[in-house]
Each structure stands twice: as C-alpha cells, then as structure tokens.
Design a binder for this molecule. Sequence first.
Ligand SMILES: NC(=O)c1ccc[n+]([C@@H]2O[C@H](COP(=O)([O-])OP(=O)(O)OC[C@H]3O[C@@H](n4cnc5c(N)ncnc54)[C@H](O)[C@@H]3O)[C@@H](O)[C@H]2O)c1
Length: 291
Amino acid sequence: MIADRMRLDGRTVVVSGAGGGGIGTTCARGLLEAGATVVGVDRDPERLNAVEADLADAVGAGGPAGTLVTLCADISTAEGVEAVVEAAVAAPGELYGLVNVVGGSLLPHWAPALDFARAQWEQSLDLNLHHVMFLSQGVARHLVARGSAGSIVTISSTGGVIAAPYHVGYGTAKAAVLGLTRTLAVEWGQYGIRVNAVAAGSITTPRASSTPQDPAFAGRGVPMRRRGTPADVAAAVLFLISDLAAYTTGAVIPVEGGALNRLGLFDEDNVPVHVTNPRILARIRGEEEAG
Ligand SMILES: NC(=O)c1ccc[n+]([C@@H]2O[C@H](COP(=O)([O-])OP(=O)(O)OC[C@H]3O[C@@H](n4cnc5c(N)ncnc54)[C@H](O)[C@@H]3O)[C@@H](O)[C@H]2O)c1
C-alpha cells in the first residue's frame, strides 16, 4: 500500500531541538507514531526532561512501538555531533534519518541591517546554520560507511525564501540552509540519502505564546488567515523523511498557509494595489457586472 510508505518501523531518526515543546517535540511525536526510534536531542536538560513524559502516549501509537531515547548535547560543537551520532547508532533500530530543528532568533536578532552587530550576526548563523552542516555530515558519513540510504529534513523559514527585513541574520541563515539542502541533495543522491527542507511560516509554539487565531495577528499576510501549528510542520516532515517522498530530494515544502504565494502588490483582500483603473477595481469589488 502506498500509505504504508509512511511507516518508519526499525528506523532511527535523530531530532535536534526536540525539547522545545513546540516544533521539535511535535516532529518527534509524529515520527514515534510512525514507528521510528527517535533520538531526541537538546542542550537544555529541563526541556529534555519534559519530553519523555510529553511523548509517552505517542510511543507506538500507530502500530509497532517506536522508542524514544533522549540525549542532552550541544550540537554546535564537534563533540556534541559525535555524541549524537554515537547515541543514534547505539539506539534500537538502524540509523536512517535526521530532522534539523535547532534554530530560532533572540530579541537582539531583530534590528535594522544598518545597526546589526557582528556578534548578533555570528550568533544567528551559529544557531541556525553551522550545526545543520555538521550534524547532517555526521549522520551521512555513518550512512555512507554502512552503505545505507537515509533522509534528512531541515526546518527553514519563509524568511529564508524571501526577504526578512529587520531580521537579517536569521533570514540569511535560513536562506543558507536552503542552499545547503540543495547542495547536499545533489552530492548525496548517489548514496540514496535524500535532503529536503520545510519553509515554515508563523507557527504557534510555547515561546511564541500565541494561538492559531491570535487576534493581535489576525492572519495578516496569510491567505489561510491563521498561524500554523507544530503539527502542520510535523506532517510535512513526516512526508519528507519517509518513503512517501522516496523520489523527492533538494525540495523545499512551504508550510505557511499560502503566504509565499501573494506578492506584496496585493492587499489583504487580494486587491492589486498597483492597479489604479477605477473600472478594474469596481469589477474586482463586484460593483460592475462581469462579462
Ligand atoms: N516558531 C515559528 O514560528 C517558526 C517559524 C519558522 C521557522 N521556525 C524554525 O523552527 C525551528 C524550531 O522553532 P521553535 O520555535 O520550536 O524553537 P524552540 O526554541 O522552541 O526549540 C529549539 C530547541 O533547540 C534547542 N537548542 C538550541 N541550540 C541548541 C544546540 N546548540 N544544541 C542542542 N539543542 C539546542 C533549544 O534548547 C530548544 O529547546 C527553528 O529552526 C526555527 O527557526 C520556527
């Protein structure tokens, strides 16, 4: 059955940044439901402690039981990467995949580019880019040495696809992971290792402390007029990581309620702001009969 391609029984998938209670934790949940062994990695021990309890009900929920292994490690260091790969190899199942979730931005990372400090720039790239390269490389080296196929998915952002004004470090790093995704996909296709990305829009997470229907946001700029949920992102990750996407590599799947599709030349009601002809505007508003 084509739907069986979603199953990950006997496969081990690393999720970096699994402890946040948001996108990483929910990706781990989806993978566990599909039967994977999940190695959930986070550098924050408190966040990681909460994960096992959070996900207890997901282990084996959709079929043969997956297993959750948690590991406290800092993946921005070579030792951290080594520890993750070692733990993933030692975990039950065969190492198969990686979901790069670690990333984000801190308050000081929002600033006009004219004022952006070097330290913030370096921090943005460190938090969002460097570990994606080296953790992906660590996992891929193991797969290639073993002669096994695999799948890597990285969480990027709409800010990596189009401009991210006043968020220059984050936007640049998220664009760079898309370039990295394409290059690794092309280099590693010969080994059967697929590399893809998700461009997430505005997603409700515990730290964003907002609801999908947040009135202060009111879905501005989003054709679907709501924020996304971590489950919206996890579903795309499950598709890309699994054999459902067996012939897809180097791809970027937007999970953004359609936000990337509307040019800034169209307002919230999809009225083209560059059109000034009153007859065209009247026809769009239904004030003049079509035909
Ligand atoms: N929330 C959104 O609206 C949104 C939108 C687009 C993209 N994203 C991306 O999704 C991803 C997850 O976002 P989130 O809001 O769930 O983040 P989060 O901050 O809740 O989770 C990230 C986790 O990564 C961990 N972490 C950070 N550095 C680490 C390191 N060096 N080693 C190990 N663990 C580390 C943190 O402790 C944290 O638990 C990020 O890459 C973010 O850029 C989020």
